[in-house]
Structures are given as structure tokens and as C-alpha cells.
Design a protein around this ligand. Structure first.
Ligand code: HEM
Length: 131
């Protein structure tokens, strides 16, 4: 049977790769604040749009497909992906605090930022389990 699920998975994973690259690049641009903020906001918005695309199409395709996915591996991927989105909210919150000049947030934003990047890379890597 022709599997449409595989088709969309490739498109999702290309987007996922581009978003991940954007976040890594954006972190290298943190000293240029305006540029950093534009890149990170775009990446976060795009990532949330990607999740919506996956949810909207998968719920429709799932019924028609008999894809064999290891549920434990899928759960690990989903948990990492959800944690990453939660970290995004902290990054927006702490980034705004840094902009307001609350110095205590600078190191938090940096450290949690590094964690966010690692989690986003893991989201991409584990997405191959779920595809
Ligand atoms: C996924 C989202 C984000 C990640 C991974 C991230 C990561 C980072 C990292 C690693 C640094 C420290 C860079 C360094 O000192 O070497 C940094 C700095 C900074 N970030 Fe973000 N960031 C994100 C989103 C944001 C957002 C949404 C804002 C603004 C609302 C923001 C504002 C800033 C500011 C103002 C700095 C300080 C730059 C400076 O040292 O002058 N960041 N970010």
C-alpha cells in the first residue's frame, strides 16, 4: 500500500532540520541582540507551526495507516519534543528579562539556552524513531 505517512514525514523532517539549524545559528548571533531575537522568534514560531502541521495531518492519516511504530520510542520522542517547547517559553521569558536589564537572568538564559539547543537536537534525532 502506498504510504502517505512517509511522504509527509520527509517534509516534516526537512523543516525540523532547518529549525534546528536556525536555533544553532541564532545562538551564535546572541551578541547581535536584534538579530538573535528575530532568528529565535522565527524558529520558535515555525516549530510550533510544525507541531500543528504534524498533529493536524497525523490525526487524519493515522486512521488510514498501519505504520508500525514502537510506542516506547515514540513516547520518548514526544516527551523530548514537549520539553523543548516548554523550554522555549522559558527562553522567551528569560530573554525578555535580560533585555529589561535584570542581570540575574543572563546566566540562566545562557545555561538553559544551551540545554534547549541540546533538547532540540535530540528532538530531531529521535524523530527518526517516530517517522
Ligand atoms: C530557543 C530560544 C533561544 C535560545 C536557545 C537562546 C540562547 C541564547 C544563548 C546561548 C545566549 C548566550 C550567548 C553568549 O553569551 O554566548 C543568549 C543570549 C541572549 N538572548 Fe537568547 N536564546 C533564545 C531566545 C531568546 C529570545 C526569545 C530572546 C528575547 C526575547 C533572547 C534574548 C537574548 C539576549 C538579550 C541575550 C544576551 C545577549 C548579550 O550577551 O548581549 N533570546 N541566548
Amino acid at each position: 500500500m502506498y504510504d502517505r505517512r512517509m511522504d509527509t514525514a520527509i517534509i516534516f523532517q526537512i523543516q525540523s532540520f532547518l529549525i534546528m539549524s536556525l536555533i544553532i545559528y541564532g545562538a551564535t548571533q546572541a551578541k547581535k541582540r536584534n538579530r538573535h531575537i528575530k532568528i529565535m522568534s522565527t524558529a520558535i514560531a515555525w516549530d510550533i507551526l510544525l507541531i500543528l502541521q504534524i498533529e493536524l495531518t497525523r490525526s487524519a492519516i493515522k486512521k488510514a495507516s498501519e505504520a508500525i511504530t514502537n510506542p516506547m520510542m515514540l513516547n520518548i520522542h514526544v516527551s523530548i519534543a514537549v520539553s523543548t517547547v516548554l523550554l522555549y517559553f522559558f527562553m522567551i521569558y528569560s530573554g525578555r528579562k535580560v533585555l529589561k536589564g535584570e542581570a540575574t537572568f543572563t546566566s540562566k538564559h545562557k545555561r538553559v539556552g544551551q540545554l534547549t539547543i541540546i533538547m532540540r537536537i535530540l528532538t530531531f534525532v529521535t524523530s527518526f524513531w517516530a517517522a
